[in-house]
Design a protein around this ligand. Structure first.
Ligand code: CMC
Length: 447
């Protein structure tokens, strides 16, 4: 058996197996390899030296859907899915939801530290003064059908911002990056509210700089003829907390889209539009919309057991939307905060009658073998829609609300990727199983 030692581990001396390493024996050749282990990972590129012949391409890892592959090293968000822990830059989500504001949390996520008073005031000023969008954006909105889904409108108009700010292409200039970060966080609520107003045939409401981030968004959504929209403080706070809860969630589908598309060095508007596209799907941010549709379809508490039975017997086809998570194998800590907050919102808006169906579903699912065995618990989308609906948002706006909060996380992850010297253009490998080389057959000779 030949011992092949990687250059990184050679320092340990011949014949000495470094402790932080993985020994791999290739049974095809009998050769053994030591792969350095760092932060609980081996580098997939270290597998490439494992060859059967000198001209062999070398070993790759196969990991559809990235079930067990770390694509980056990140300092932004920590999740312990087994224990139901979520922290932004080390701060527990429960503390941020209780004590912070969305803009303060966004600053934390992007900068790594909580802001001082002066930093906070400057940051809020910068965001507040970038909330307007170019008037041409309204013309663009006018092109959409009256029943266009607001996520489609949001993705398109965020992409369109790229054409208004061509300097955004200078992604390696930190000042240019910061300006686009201000713009994207500030303008996404404006675009989201415009999309809603378009679908209702209502005039667009311009941003009000006297209001908070959440208050201004509610004003742009719901203001009618009053001079100034009177924001209900409980609803304003609930909106802000929901934005905090959605601000980041490490390498999920949309964040991976943001990083992956951004790795081609396209500007952040286009990368964010791609992330919005990923979020739209029913398995991701579109799930909150599907939860409400599911609850409405079930119709009453009495019909819950029959629905749960249908889910269990469908072989994975019918899902209990708002349940399950790739990372959480325990109660999603965000769902806990939302569930607790629901009562405060319902005090103002009146109780959402679908809540009873949701509570019954949760009760039955959490005592059922099918869900327990698979560790399926309520996720962030299970209760958020009930609050959104009670506040007056139509269901198709739910994923849009998710996108507003998530913009800060996408941008932080994008900026981390741009500055990471180890990152390159994202380009996964494949295992080709298609046809071997064959010669072209003219059409008339094909059987
Ligand atoms: N209802 C019923 N069965 C489920 C559910 C569900 N919601 N989720 C997973 N399962 C089953 C699945 O059929 C599989 O069963 P089996 O082992 O018999 O084949 C098992 O549980 C493992 O599921 P999986 O599909 O391998 O898990 P995943 O990590 O690939 O998928 C998920 C995670 C979130 C896509 C999935 O749980 C799901 O589709 N949930 C419903 C949609 C949803 O609520 N999405 C929001 C996620 S949280 C916010 C966000 O990320 O945007």
């Amino acid at each position: 058996m030949t011992q092949v030692t990687l250059s990184e581990t050679a320092a340990a001396g011949p014949g000495v197996v470094p402790k932080d390493s993985l020994t791999v024996i290739d049974n095809r050749t009998g050769k053994s390899y030591q792969l350095p282990v760092e932060h609980g990972t081996v580098r997939a590129m270290d597998l490439r030296q494992i060859k059967t012949e000198p001209d062999d391409f070398g070993m790759m890892s196969y990991d559809p859907a990235f079930m067990n592959t770390a694509s980056c090293r990140s300092r932004i968000t920590f999740i312990d899915g087994d224990r139901g822990i979520l922290r932004y830059r080390g701060y527990p989500i429960e503390q941020l939801a209780e004590k912070s504001s969305y803009l303060e949390t966004a600053y934390l996520i992007l900068s790594g530290e909580l802001p001082t008073k002066a930093q906070h005031d400057g940051w809020v000023f910068d965001i507040t003064h970038h909330t307007m969008v170019h008037e041409n954006v309204k013309d663009l909105m006018m092109g959409f059908r009256y029943d266009a889904h607001p996520m489609g409108m949001l993705a398109s108009t965020v992409a369109a911002l790229s054409t208004f700010y061509p300097e955004a292409k200078q992604i390696h200039d930190p000042l240019v990056r910061r300006k686009q970060i201000h713009r994207l966080i500030a303008k996404i609520p404006t675009l989201a509210a415009f999309a809603y107003r378009h679908s209702r045939g209502l005039p667009y409401v311009y941003p009000d700089n006297e209001l908070s981030f959440a208050g201004n968004f509610l004003s742009m959504m719901f203001k009618t003829t009053e001079i100034r929209y009177q924001v209900n403080p409980a609803l304003e706070r609930a909106m802000d907390v929901l934005f905090i809860l959605h601000a980041d969630h490490e390498q999920n589908c949309s964040t991976s889209a943001m990083r992956g598309v951004g790795s081609s060095y396209v500007d952040p508007y286009i990368a964010a539009a791609a992330a919005i596209g990923a979020l739209y799907g029913p398995l991701h941010g579109g799930a909150n919309e599907q939860v409400l549709r599911m609850l409405a379809d079930i119709g009453s508490r009495e019909k819950v057991p029959a629905f749960v039975k249908e889910v269990k017997e469908s072989g994975g086809e019918v899902k209990l939307m708002g349940f399950g998570h790739r990372v959480y194998k325990n109660y999603d800590p965000r769902a806990k905060v939302i569930k607790e907050m629901a009562d405060r919102v319902f005090e103002v808006t009146g109780r959402n009658p679908l809540l009873d169906i949701a509570l019954e579903l949760e009760k039955i699912a959490l005592s059922d073998e099918y869900f327990l065995k698979r560790k399926l618990y309520p996720n962030v989308d299970f209760y958020s829609g009930l609050i959104y609906q009670a506040m007056g948002f139509p269901v198709d706006m739910f994923p849009v609300l998710f996108a507003i909060g998530r913009m800060s996380g996408w941008l932080a992850q994008w900026e981390e990727m741009v500055q990471d010297k180890e990152q390159k253009i994202a380009r996964p490998r494949q295992v080709y199983l298609g046809a071997d080389k064959r010669d072209f057959v003219p059409m008339l000779k094909r059987s």
